[in-house]
Design a protein around this ligand. Structure first.
Ligand SMILES: Nc1ncnc2c1ncn2[C@@H]1O[C@H](COP(=O)(O)OP(=O)(O)OP(=O)(O)O)[C@@H](O)[C@H]1O
Length: 262
């Protein structure tokens, strides 16, 4: 069974505006797929539809099978067990995933206790191991509140929390966009290593072709809620068929050239 199977997914806003139309793709266990497109192209709406987390008023049609469970129109009690255990999400802004009033160690301990039935000393060891895995070994971090650590450290903590349930699928929605360039590169490499080490499937969402191509070989280009192109990174880069993709490739090259001149 395919881990994630999306077919003819549509999402409409109140009033009937189509935010995503007729989107289909499959993601097998352990495989990676990139969703790329400009701001507003429907990438985030797609990731929310896949986990059944669309906001009030947004209506999904078509089919999303996550580990064999129909997410479109699925009852909340059937979807809750999928979140975390089957699929976890890392968002662009780590503060949305973190509780501002709770120490990082405690925020990590809660899901670890819930998903792995750990308590006491075993739970404390699991928290330090989970922090070490995202290179947050410093004991200060576990005791810190989110505002007391850097943006990059917050995203590492959010990644540790997302992975604490040992998901089969990680959905990373612009996970590095809010970070500065050097920190971006560190988080990309951390995610790459963790996904590899755990054999997870990855749905990686970004507007940045360079970042996506560092993470995955297969991608779908979205524009105005529609998949306008799909293929390997090499295919899309060498022969973009859609005008929007050609523009995306040109701007990535211009940026490369600009960086090269420095
Ligand atoms: N709750 C909502 N109600 C109405 N329209 C919405 C809602 N959420 C998103 N949209 C609209 O859906 C479209 C797609 O948004 P989405 O956030 O998926 O884009 P995106 O490609 O992820 O862009 P970004 O990179 O800026 O996050 C946008 O036009 C947005 O305004």
């Amino acid at each position: 069974m395919t881990l994630l199977s999306v077919s003819s997914l549509g999402v409409t806003a109140p009033g009937g505006r189509a935010l995503v139309s007729d989107l289909s793709f499959d993601l097998a266990a352990g495989k990676r797929l990139g969703l790329i497109g400009e701001s507003g192209s429907g990438k985030s709406v797609t990731s929310l539809a896949v986990t059944g987390l669309l906001g009030a008023g947004l209506v999904a049609t078509g089919s999303v099978l996550l580990d064999g469970v129909q997410v479109v129109g699925g009852a909340e009690r059937r979807l809750v067990p999928l979140r975390g255990r089957v699929a976890s999400v890392v968002f662009q802004e780590p503060l949305t995933a973190l509780d501002p009033l709770m120490r990082i160690g405690k925020q990590l301990a809660e899901p670890l206790a819930r998903h792995r039935a750990l308590r006491g000393a075993a739970l404390r060891v699991a928290v330090s191991e989970a922090l070490a895995e995202v290179s947050l070994d410093d004991a200060r971090i576990a005791r810190a509140y989110p505002h007391e650590i850097s943006g990059g450290q917050r995203q590492r903590a959010a990644i540790a929390i997302a992975l604490s349930s040992r998901p089969q699928l990680l959905i990373a929605d612009e996970p590095t966009t809010a970070l500065d360039v050097t920190v971006q590169a560190q988080i990309v490499s951390l995610l790459d290593n963790l996904v590899e080490a755990r054999g997870m499937a990855l749905l990686f969402i970004s507007h940045d072709l360079a970042v996506v191509s560092a993470m995955t070989n297969d991608l779908i280009v979205m524009s105005a809620g529609v998949a306008v192109e799909r293929g390997t990174v090499a295919e899309v880069l060498s022969a973009p068929k859609d005008p929007y993709t050609a523009q995306l490739v040109r701007s990535a090259r211009d940026l490369d050239a600009m960086l090269g001149e420095r």
